[in-house]
Unconditional design. Sequence first.
Length: 424
Amino acid sequence: LTEPDAETHANTGFRRVLEDVLNRVDREELVHLARALVRIPSVYRPEESDGNEARVARFVADYLERAGFEVSIEEVAPGRPNVWAVWEGDRSGKTLLFEAHTDVVTEGSAEDWEHPPFGAERDGGRIYGRGACDTKGNLAAAMVAVRAVKDSGVSFPGSLILCHPVDEEGMMAGIKAFIERGHAEGVDAAVICEPEENQLCIKQKGALRVEVTLRGTMAHGAMPQSGVNPVTRAARFVVAVEELEGEEIERHGEDPFLGYPSLTPTILMGPDCGEPQINVIPASAYVALDIRTVPDQSHRDLVERLECIIAKLASEDPDFDATLEVIEERPPTETRKDESLVRAMARAYDHLTGEEPTYNGVPGATDGTFLHAWAGIPIVTTGAGDREIPHHADEWVDEEELLTTCKLYAATAMYYAYGEEAHV
Ligand SMILES: [Zn+2]
């Protein structure tokens, strides 16, 4: 009689408990839950009394309470509650957080939809509806995955958190409040559940939103010399921003996952308030910039360069009077491939599919931006759903892909918690 060596023993043990967990992932339960979530509209419409996330948050909380989780609910603004649940395994270890927002973008005009936007219709192996892809399918997958780990009764070294904030599609007030109120303390890593075709997104573009206000002097259009025109000065600024964009592209090149950085003027307005009139030089003008950055760009340097443009234009023209304000800053993020969450997820992906995962980047910011930038938490963004489909009419998610996502989340939790115990 020979004893199996310790490693083989641990391996067999881990494989067995992993299968116990994955066997708990039930396709019909997952589809049922995803459809139930899609049926509850959670578009933020402040002018409507239930135009918020309150109902879907209540539904998520009830589901998790019934499943035996300890659930917390905390309002970020009236009618806009974050929901989260913490589950602790029987052994101490690292804490992994799954984040999936509860809000969805507007459905637009219902006539543009073939499937009703909140009908959650099941057709040809797909679920249709606003949020099916971004991100209620993935929200359901995270809930079912963590529940599978808990209900399997396996020994689990660590803790799992389900975090479902409001307002991701707006100013991300939900995740910001979650972090500011200390709830992200002690979190070692986070999975951001967003539609990424189950690719492992380890980089995210950053975003800077900048407003520039230019002051002039109102005058009759027939006597321009008696005023100061802020419109032509705004135009000079916009042209200089285009040059700066070219320099930034030159400086940083093309990121393999994120492409090029961009500085895009999106609004040019004069006057910036009040009534425009064709024969009146306005007293003010306004320019808004939507700036998207790659990980090796510094937001501080960029803002300095914009300030330099304004200083240079002012040195050439004593009437050039402009002020710049950064109204939102979302830093770019990068998680290394050798980070333990990335390694755990790659092993989970290989276990489920027999293939290497595809790595990629996220072109926009997500709630993960703030978990990374404000709380220093390594993140990976992944989930089911076509990367191009979010915010479209007839948004959909493929059920089979969503089932893989759910298993990927569950297996990632296992590989991450077991770490070196999960030798292959
Ligand atoms: Zn989303």
